[in-house]
Design a protein around this ligand. Structure first.
Ligand code: ADP
Length: 209
């Protein structure tokens, strides 16, 4: 099965995609994680994409598409959960050329919940697991429940960068919703309660796909 998880920053894409990966037994591919990995390793590509990522703007389509193609190639036969791509209509068209998608899960979350959630988000340096200082606390403060890794706050989770990411989402990414709706692939999930158990949302997604 080939699934795209789509939604604004902070809508829970990564949280649900990693849980879906366990239930479906197919890999989770996150272009945001690919970008952060290049930056962490300070590769030439990492240096190019860092300025976009830290300011909340989009990496150019050609650059991110090349990164995706490298990662997705080996998974095309067994399927995947793709998160963070496509983010523009041009990327959606590129993805169409690479492979046929079975379903696009569209997460609908109000801006107030997004800002609240992102400003309290923590992530594990070692395994990438996501926590929240208010709603999804780790058992031991600052440490990952799963692997004991150190938790950190993303540089793009500051209020002014969050606002820019939301603006970019409305302008560049929202048209992707119409692209997939027109192709009858869109599955809408409404998530207005910031305290809902992520597993319940994953149950809803499982019923839709
Ligand atoms: P968010 O939490 O805002 O959804 P991600 O973790 O998915 O963020 O991505 C982090 C950053 O990586 C983005 O702000 C952007 O700079 C870059 N990025 C990730 N995926 C894409 C993409 N498909 N197109 C362009 N830029 C991307």
């Amino acid at each position: 099965m080939k699934i795209v998880i789509f939604g604004p920053p902070g809508s829970g894409k990564g949280t649900y995609a990693s849980r879906l990966m366990k239930r479906l037994g197919i890999p989770h591919i996150s272009t945001g994680d690919l970008v952060r990995e290049e930056i962490r390793n300070q590769t030439a590509l990492g240096k190019t994409v860092e300025k976009y990522s830290s300011s909340g703007t989009l990496v150019p389509d050609e650059v991110i598409t090349e990164m995706l193609k490298k990662r997705i190639g080996p998974e095309l036969s067994r399927g995947f959960i793709l998160e963070g791509y496509p983010r523009t209509v041009s990327q959606a068209k590129e993805l169409n050329k690479i492979t046929k998608i079975d379903a696009v899960v569209n997460l609908n979350v109000p801006d107030s919940v997004i800002v609240d959630r992102l400003s309290a988000r923590l992530q594990c340096k070692a395994c990438g697991a996501i926590y929240n200082e208010r709603t999804l606390k780790p058992k031991v403060a600052g440490k990952c429940d799963k692997c004991g890794g150190e938790l950190f706050r993303r540089v793009d989770d500051q209020p002014e960068v969050i606002r820019e990411r939301l603006r970019v989402y409305r302008e560049a990414s929202e048209p992707v919703v119409d692209f997939y709706r027109a192709r009858s692939l869109l599955k809408d999930i409404r998530n207005e309660d910031p305290n809902v158990d992520p597993e319940q949302v994953v149950d809803q997604i499982m019923k839709l796909i």
